[in-house]
Design a protein around this ligand. Sequence first.
Ligand SMILES: NC(=O)c1ccc[n+]([C@@H]2O[C@H](COP(=O)([O-])OP(=O)(O)OC[C@H]3O[C@@H](n4cnc5c(N)ncnc54)[C@H](OP(=O)(O)O)[C@@H]3O)[C@@H](O)[C@H]2O)c1
Length: 217
Amino acid sequence: MMKVSIIGTGRMGKALIEAAAPQIQNVIWGSRSIEKVDGLIKELGSEALPGSYDQALAADVIFHTLWFRDLLPWAKHNEEALKGKILVDICVPFTSDFSDLAIEWGTSAAEEIQQALPDTKVVGAFKNTFWKVFNQPVHQGIKSDVFVTSDDEGAKEMVMKLLQPLPFRFLDAGTLKNNRTIERMTLFSRELSQRYGHYPYVSWGLWGSDYKGLFSE
Ligand SMILES: NC(=O)c1ccc[n+]([C@@H]2O[C@H](COP(=O)([O-])OP(=O)(O)OC[C@H]3O[C@@H](n4cnc5c(N)ncnc54)[C@H](OP(=O)(O)O)[C@@H]3O)[C@@H](O)[C@H]2O)c1
């Protein structure tokens, strides 16, 4: 059976574990502090299994929730352990004041991490999904869209299948290059939702097609 882990116990780590653990068996929740993750699992009544980062790295599909500043050093340090694995990248490379992205136009966090880890299959997902959306991913009957990207079609398909039971609509969003747009969409939706007073409850939904799964049943 495919092993899945989620690394990090911050806002997105918690949100992902609450959504994934009831749907995916034996998810390992990795933290730098076993005491912290142990306590959180008890507090949330979660079915996740507590682990260290090293234990989480033993999974086949690893979701990381690190900030961009920590991501590349962590990836380089664990390049060997990540070889042959699928790494799901949710990172939006914000500047420290959140006014812009910390990387140039013409690249993305997902592409940078793929370049740093040539023997790992990077899959981008949840980059537009602010943590509050996990509490209510269906708004007025319409599911929040999650854009899934990868340069490896098989890895993308596997992650989309794995995530299918979660209450979002998962769209095949093409290759990693599309994260140049997707990551900037998060910057833009952050600004708009702050202006209109509903930040951080903001996500994207592509309409215009009758693609199955847009509306919640
Ligand atoms: N917040 C959102 O709504 C949102 C939406 C979409 C994407 N994202 C992306 O998701 C990632 C995480 O966002 P977040 O809001 O969940 O952040 P957060 O609450 O600050 O959590 C980040 C986690 O990273 C882990 N970590 C590993 N090395 C670290 C270090 N050196 N310093 C601090 N923490 C370290 C920590 O988990 P342990 O202590 O357990 O090790 C920490 O809880 C970012 O890349 C962000 O762009 C966030």
